[in-house]
Design a protein around this ligand. Structure first.
Ligand code: AGP
Length: 488
């Protein structure tokens, strides 16, 4: 369609750049287009609106791509195009115009910058898959994300931007908007924010929020969570929240040059490094680290924690990379579990409280890369319906840390066993849950307290990875899915 439209204009103007500008001006919605004319293969015209597109510059030629990681083999010198930009590239030159105000474009200057990304960061190295690499990179990814906290020895709002302190002082509630795995991170954060800082918090799926008529409180800070920072629904939901009256917004994002980072008043960059596997892993746990930090900063500001508790939180954050490293040691046991899942068609994931979103994340991981139908339930909901599904063919994964809900969870697990369901329990080191017929247990190396959702994620990521591997699925590029969902 777009090709025909450009060719129609080309028939009149005879100039490819003009034809792309005129065609782009007629397009509605998000696009990133790259066009080459048969007669002039030495020239590329690239245009973007709502979808990411950048230029890569080098002595040996100029390039264009939707993501910097695609160009690291050839250059680290990048130009990020903005909404309505049209770029013309030859091997030794480029220029950019913008068509927002003038259909044929007005010349603009865009900053050339050297990306922090390195070639190694996007290479597999000794790993078989990017997902495996990214799971095992989590200790370093978390350490990098929290580096500023470790060096500062205190929780400062400035970690979220220079304006953050004055915005946070006025904040009376939090609204989190996100999709998929990032939405799960938001749900965990809701528990933390309310419990630690006493701030009311709600979490919404961005694609739903943007189409309803929510009542906005201007002092409720809108937090957009996104690994890519290019998810169309999240970007649109944040804009919509502003139009409904929310005064301030904050991005928790992993890509510094993304649209989300440019769109919000405040920002926190998780420093997970490029995540290439479609299934999000290190981006999720670094989002959680960032969100725990946000809860802790609000708690300090609102004086809901003492100096001693603040120090305990910082110590806990500092210990996280080591704790994750230890959690990764359970891989051999997970490989054994995976053998019992690879031939199954369905699986149930159970959790309670702050671990219910972790069960949701475990189910999402399993379904997206192994194509096994997986559902997550808040364990207390079992008896309201899903128990009917449980029989000996149904593996049931339970996230069972030593928290205040453990006794309740134990009786939910008995309900499963009584129907013949096979239980796969992820428990803390000192858990009172015992292995028995039909009850398999993996114990994490440590009892992680309030950081437990982060640690309990690791076995679920490994489980999804090894089940998919045993099924021979394309772990990094699951069918029908894209890494960044830049369309509605
Ligand atoms: C996670 O494994 C998914 N591939 C997907 O749910 C993802 O988290 C979602 O599309 C949101 O992406 P974002 O974090 O880049 O906004």
């Amino acid at each position: 369609m777009i090709g025909h439209l450009i060719s129609l204009h080309l028939g009149i103007t005879r100039d490819l750049r003009e034809a792309v500008c005129l065609a782009a001006a007629e397009l509605q919605g998000a696009y990133a287009i790259v066009v080459i004319e048969e007669e002039r293969p030495d020239r590329i015209i690239a245009a973007r609106n709502g979808a990411p597109l950048l230029l890569g510059l080098s002595k040996n030629g100029n390039y264009t791509a939707s993501d910097a990681s695609a160009l690291l083999q050839v250059t680290r010198q990048m130009v990020y195009l903005e909404e309505g930009d049209v770029a013309e590239l030859t091997s030794d030159n480029y220029h950019v115009i913008n068509i927002t105000k003038n259909k044929l474009g007005t010349k603009v200057r865009r900053v050339e910058l050297e990306t922090d990304l390195t070639r190694e960061a996007v290479e597999l190295g000794p790993y078989a898959h990017f997902m495996q690499k990214e799971i095992f990179e989590q200790p370093v990814a978390i350490a990098n994300t929290l580096e500023m906290v470790f060096s500062a020895h205190s929780l400062s709002p400035r970690l979220f931007g220079s304006e953050a302190e004055s915005v946070f002082q006025k904040t009376s509630g939090i609204l989190i908007l996100a999709c998929g795995t990032s939405y799960h991170a938001g749900l965990v954060a809701m528990h933390w924010l309310e419990a630690i800082s006493g701030l009311p918090c709600s979490v919404e799926i961005a694609s739903e929020y943007r189409y309803r008529e929510p009542i906005a409180n201007p002092d409720t800070l809108v937090v957009g969570i996104s690994q890519s920072g290019e998810t169309a629904d999240t970007l649109a939901a944040l804009k919509y929240a502003k139009s409904r009256g929310h005064r301030y917004s904050l991005a928790i994002c992993n890509v510094p040059e993304s649209a989300l980072i440019r769109q919000t008043d405040l920002r926190f960059l998780s420093r997970a490094g490029p995540e290439i596997g479609v299934a999000s892993t290190k981006a999720f746990t670094t989002q959680l680290a960032a969100l725990m930090l946000l809860a802790a900063v609000f708690a300090k500001l609102r004086k809901t924690i003492s100096k001693k508790q603040e120090q305990k939180l910082i110590d806990g954050l500092r210990h996280l990379p080591v704790a994750i490293q230890l959690a990764l040691l359970i891989e051999p046991q997970i490989i054994e579990w995976a053998k019992n899942f690879s031939h199954k068609r369905h699986a149930l994931f159970l959790g309670r409280g702050v671990h219910y979103p972790i069960a949701m994340e475990g189910a999402l991981k399993l379904k997206e890369i192994s194509y096994i139908h997986a559902e997550a339930y808040a364990a207390g909901e079992l008896k309201h319906g899903p128990l009917a599904l449980v029989d000996k063919e149904m593996p049931v994964v339970a996230i069972a840390p030593n928290d205040s809900l453990q006794e309740k969870l134990k009786s939910n697990l008995q309900e499963v066993r009584a129907r013949g369901g096979e239980l796969y329990v992820i428990a803390d080191a000192d858990s009172s849950i015992q292995e028995s017929k039909g009850v398999h247990i993996i114990r994490l190396a440590e009892h992680a307290g309030m950081f437990s959702p982060i640690l309990h994620t690791i076995p679920l990521q490994l489980l999804a990875y090894h089940v998919a591997l045993q099924k021979g699925a394309d772990v990094d590029k699951p069918r029908n899915l894209a890494k960044a969902v830049t369309v509605e």
